[in-house]
Design a protein around this ligand. Sequence first.
Ligand code: A3P
Length: 317
Amino acid sequence: MEEILKTFPQHVCSWLKGAIVYKYQDVWLNEVFLKGTILAQQRFKAHPNDVFLCSFPKGGTTWLKALAFAIITRETFDISTNPLLTNSPHDCIPFLEKELAKVEENQKNSCSLPIATHMHYHCLPDSVITSPDSVVTSNCKIVYIYRNMKDVIVSYYHFVRKLNKIPMENASFEEALDEFCQGISSCGSYWDHILGYWKASLSRPERFLFLKYEDMKNDPTSNVKRLAEFIGRPFTIEEEKANVIEKIIRLCSFENLSNLDVNKSGKHHPEECIAIENRLFFRKAKDGDWKNYFTLEMIEKVDKLIDEKFGGTGLVL
Ligand code: A3P
């Protein structure tokens, strides 16, 4: 594998103390994600009813994992005993390209938990995306969460900066933004990520649910209901009357999760990866935090890019 890595185009992120990302199948990936993507492509076999939670890093993955887990396990655990109180959402729902063995074990045990991934649509293993007229039919469902691009940039900047233990004064936001706008970031480009899923959804819309982070904040109840219905676990009238939806929303809220001991001082440690402190997945969760970082020039640059990439697609960012 080490030899193969050397064959891919590389980029050195100067604002990140020289961290290296590799270009594979038109996607920029760090070493862990690159190796994991290749392994998943070689080995993973989707089951026809698998559900995937797909997102660009910093698009709302942690929140979506928590909500999906709470929805699916609501009959197994009472809210007060839910594993989300003592485990990171990332330990509850594994990433395909980081924790393949765990994903396969979940499949083997038919535990009906979704599978999370940051992989671009075109990079997904064949068995996930095979078209209906091919020999192997895939009916896997795909939930895609996305977020305002400017807030993703700020969130990403802080996440990777902290991961690499670089203080703000030594990490240029301007350089980070420039790279991001060239498509160079973990799993970049951002626009190709969203558009890959969006275009695929046009021919088989029934397989896809798109959730927007900001909409979920504004109206969590409707969106949690949509999510539950889509993944085949709709709420009953009795559950609605018993405020189960509100309880799940509260359990998975930023305020609740970010204040739990496990998310303040615990670590997420997928196979063969360095441990990541859980607290890094919880920062501010504020819409529009980008306003504290962007200059007028940066706003113009990103707005132009959004127009160029998303204009006419029907997607509103
Ligand atoms: P900020 O950096 O803007 O605070 P991801 O989960 O895809 O890595 O995205 C991380 C972003 O989602 C961070 O945004 C984080 O604070 C926010 N987040 C984490 N848990 C959340 C939750 N339960 N509800 C809402 N936002 C959450």
